[in-house]
Ligand binder design. Structure first.
Ligand SMILES: C[S@@+](CC[C@H](N)C(=O)[O-])C[C@H]1O[C@@H](n2cnc3c(N)ncnc32)[C@H](O)[C@@H]1O
Length: 435
């Protein structure tokens, strides 16, 4: 029996195919756990899981719960322990764990490149104390980093919005309900203006817009240094000149669900365009889709296989836009990565990504991309889709994002599908069926 079994560990593991996220988990046996990851159902051979960090703790459940509470904004999905990953965030996770009162000892484990055999090696990185940091410093630092404060880059807004028919904007009021618009539109650095607001101000006449309304959220972090009061910015074009004004209604929070924001949404807006805060994504989708307004927004690429959003895809109330968005700017204007994509309810013309779908008879799907789980449900990967299979089968988010639901297939269950293979849970997917 391995001595690991008596001990309690926290680990951070990452798949070589998904380097923008990591999983923070607990185990009594680090070696066995890593082997489990690397023999998971549906995992391709060239996808290798490696530990990024491991340590021993005195109560792993407690530490895990505290990590969940501390970094809830950095979790990709509420049901899984997947966290967004970049170098800075990784440091925050490690700092938090190492400063926890139940932290016992740091360990570093490296997976062998050829044989996926794990080797335990002691690490010698400086402790928090050696680095002159207290637990409070670390917690405060971690709290400030949140995916809510990831800016969209101008080029990403432009690349997507330029794809839509010019007609959709004509005489319309665009509502950017999570966006500040305070900078000078001529300012080439545009550090003080959301890329959405800037795009619509710059292209107002060309698009033939009627009005642009942007609202500023009076949150704790004042991203655009624009003051802590919620405000409404309005931009209109009269026969002779443009007019812009900013209003600070008393008691207005600027939140997209503030009564005044909802009034604008319901009574004035035609098209909602924004990248909403990650931490409020579910509410944002709910409010936006229920409003019945058109929208073009950015959200996580996993939404099509996440229970909270699946009903919208199932009912055809939303589909993927044209592009993915992987790069953002953090409040320090540094490039950061997160797996986002555009979603809309506006028609997509000639979706290029249909080309990624491989719709072929079941027997033509390579063995490594199809299998049946313990309940005999067919799981397919790598965007292979059986053209002659009558029963429901499970696909990944990518197939939905590539337009599968526009190719004669429908979602058949309102929640994500996670089958078991030999008793082990496989990846989240969604159940679809040929219409
Ligand atoms: C992911 S950032 C994107 C910012 C901007 N829309 C862009 O695309 O660059 C989300 C923004 O929403 C703001 N925010 C957070 N909670 C909000 C709320 N309840 N209502 C409106 N905006 C909110 C954040 O402060 C942040 O500026």
């Amino acid at each position: 029996m391995s001595k690991d079994k008596l001990k309690q560990y926290i680990y951070i593991v990452q798949s070589s195919k998904e380097i923008i996220s990591c999983k923070i988990g607990i185990t009594n046996d680090l070696e066995r756990r890593l082997k489990e990851y690397n023999s998971m159902t549906g995992k391709s051979k060239d996808n290798i899981y490696q530990y990024l960090f491991t340590c021993e703790v005195s109560d792993m459940k407690q530490v895990e719960d505290d990590i969940k509470a501390e970094f809830k904004h950095l979790r990709e999905e509420k049901s899984r322990e997947m966290y967004f990953y970049n170098k800075d965030l990784f440091e925050k996770y490690v700092d938090f764990i190492k400063s926890h009162k139940m932290f016992a000892e740091e360990i570093f484990i490296k997976a062998g490149v050829q044989k996926e055999v794990v080797k335990i090696v002691k690490r010698t990185t400086p402790t928090l104390k050696e680095r002159g940091l207290s637990q409070i410093d670390v917690i405060n630092k971690a709290k400030k980093v949140s995916f809510d404060e990831f800016y969209t880059r101008y080029e990403d807004v432009e690349k997507e919005l330029n794809m839509y028919d010019a007609e959709i904007w004509k005489d319309k009021t665009v509502f950017c309900n999570c966006d500040d618009a305070i900078g000078d539109a001529e300012d080439k650095n545009n550090n003080n203006t959301s890329a959405f607001s800037l795009y619509f101000i710059r292209n107002f006449e060309k698009l033939g817009l009627k009005k642009l309304i942007c609202t500023h959220f009076a949150g704790v972090v004042d991203l655009f240094n624009s003051g802590s009061k919620g405000y409404i910015y309005t931009y209109i074009f009269t026969k002779t000149r443009t007019k812009e004004f900013k209003d600070f209604p008393k008691g207005y929070t600027g939140s997209f669900d503030d009564p005044l924001s909802l009034k604008i949404l319901n009574e004035e807006a035609d098209i909602v365009c924004t990248n909403p805060p990650f931490s409020r994504m579910i509410d944002f989708w709910d409010i936006t889709i229920k409003s019945g307004k058109k929208f073009i927004i950015i959200s996580n690429i996993q939404n099509p296989i996440t229970t909270a959003y699946i009903p919208y895809f199932k009912e055809n109330k939303v589909w993927a836009g044209y592009n993915r968005v992987d790069n953002y700017l953090n409040p320090k204007r540094e490039l950061v990565r997160a797996a986002g994509t555009w979603y809309t309810n506006i028609a997509i013309k000639n979706r290029q990504k249909y080309n990624h779908l491989k719709i072929v008879p079941l027997k033509k799907i390579p063995e490594k991309y199809k299998e049946y789980d313990d309940s005999k449900t067919l799981l397919v990967d790598n965007c292979y889709i059986p053209s002659d299979y009558k029963k429901p089968f499970a696909v990944s988010a990518r197939s939905i994002l590539n337009g599968l639901l526009e190719k004669g297939y429908k979602i058949v269950e309102d929640k994500s599908y996670r089958g078991n293979k030999n008793g082990k849970k496989s990846y989240s997917r969604v159940l679809v069926q040929k219409v």
